[in-house]
Design a protein around this ligand. Structure first.
Ligand code: UTP
Length: 234
C-alpha cells in the first residue's frame, strides 16, 4: 500500500462552521483509504482566522495566537475524525511520532497543528518525511501555484511543474504571521526540498478532485518535484 499525506486546508474543509465540506469529504477519504495508507492534516479555516483576529485586537502576542490557531485545527481534526467514524483512528495525533503509532491500526490518521511559527502545511510536509509518503498533497482553495495570487492578480500564470528550488523562490517572500494565508508556508517548502517527496498542489474545493487525482491521476494543479516521473495516480 502506498502512503499518502494530505494537507487538507481548513479554508476548504471548514471555511465557516455553517459552510463546510466535511460531509462530501468523508466518502472521498474513505474510498482513498481502501487502497492507500492515509494521513490527513487538517487546517484551521475561517474559525482560526476569526479567533486570531480577536487575539490581535487584544494585543496578544503572535506565539499565543498560533497556539490558539493550533487548538482550532485540532478541533477541526476532531470533527473530521468523528465524521469518519470507524474508518479513522479515534484520537487526533499531537506529534508525528503519535501519528506513526496510530497508523499501525490501519485506520486513517488525522492531525492538526503541532507547534507555533508554522502552519499545518509544514506539519504535513514533515509527516510525509516521517512516514515515507509516496506523495504529499496540498488540497487548497486554488488550483495550483501561480506566479502571483490569482485572487488579486487576474493574469497570474499557473505553473504545471516546479522544482523544489523554484517553489522556495516563490514562497520565500511571503510572511508567516499567525493566520497568514499563503499557498504553502516556507517551512513546508523547505521540507519539500530536503525530502525529495513530490508535492502536488490541487484544488480541494471539490472533494472529488482529490480521489480523481490519487486514484486516476486526473487533476489540474502544480507538481513540485525534481524527478521526471508523474507522482499520480498511485
Ligand atoms: P492553518 O494551517 O490552517 O493555516 O493553521 P492557514 O494558512 O490558515 O491554512 P488554511 O488556509 O486553513 O489552509 C491556522 C493557524 O494555526 C497556527 C498558525 O497561526 C496558523 O496560521 N498554527 C497551525 C501553528 O502555529 N502551528 C501549526 O503547526 C499549525
Amino acid at each position: 500500500m502506498k502512503t499518502v499525506v494530505i494537507s487538507l486546508g481548513g479554508s476548504i474543509l471548514i471555511p465557516t462552521l455553517e459552510n463546510h465540506t466535511i460531509k462530501e469529504y468523508v466518502p472521498v477519504l474513505k474510498k482513498i483509504a481502501k487502497s492507500h495508507r492515509l494521513f490527513v492534516v487538517v487546517g484551521g479555516g475561517g474559525e482560526a482566522r476569526r479567533y486570531i483576529s480577536v487575539t490581535r485586537e487584544l494585543g496578544i502576542d503572535e506565539g499565543t495566537s498560533d497556539e490558539i490557531g493550533i487548538l482550532i485545527t485540532r478541533l477541526n481534526a476532531t470533527i473530521l475524525i468523528s465524521a469518519l467514524g470507524e474508518d479513522a483512528y479515534p484520537k487526533v495525533a499531537e506529534t508525528h511520532s503519535e501519528a506513526k503509532k496510530f497508523a499501525e491500526s490501519g485506520k486513517i490518521v488525522v492531525m492538526g497543528g503541532i507547534t507555533p511559527g508554522q502552519t499545518t502545511d509544514a506539519v504535513a510536509a514533515v509527516l510525509a518525511e516521517r512516514v515515507r509518503a509516496a506523495v504529499f498533497i496540498n488540497a487548497t482553495s486554488v488550483d495550483g501555484i501561480y506566479s502571483a495570487d490569482p485572487k488579486k492578480v487576474p493574469d497570474a500564470k499557473r505553473f504545471a511543474l516546479l522544482t523544489p528550488k523554484q517553489l522556495l523562490d516563490i514562497v520565500g517572500g511571503t510572511g508567516l504571521g499567525a493566520g497568514s494565508n499563503n499557498v504553502l508556508d516556507i517551512v513546508a517548502a523547505r521540507v519539500v526540498e530536503r525530502s525529495g517527496i513530490p508535492l502536488v498542489v490541487l484544488d480541494g474545493r471539490d472533494p472529488k478532485n482529490l480521489s480523481n487525482a490519487i486514484l486516476k491521476g486526473k487533476y489540474t494543479g502544480t507538481v513540485v518535484s525534481d524527478g521526471k516521473k508523474k507522482p499520480l495516480p498511485l
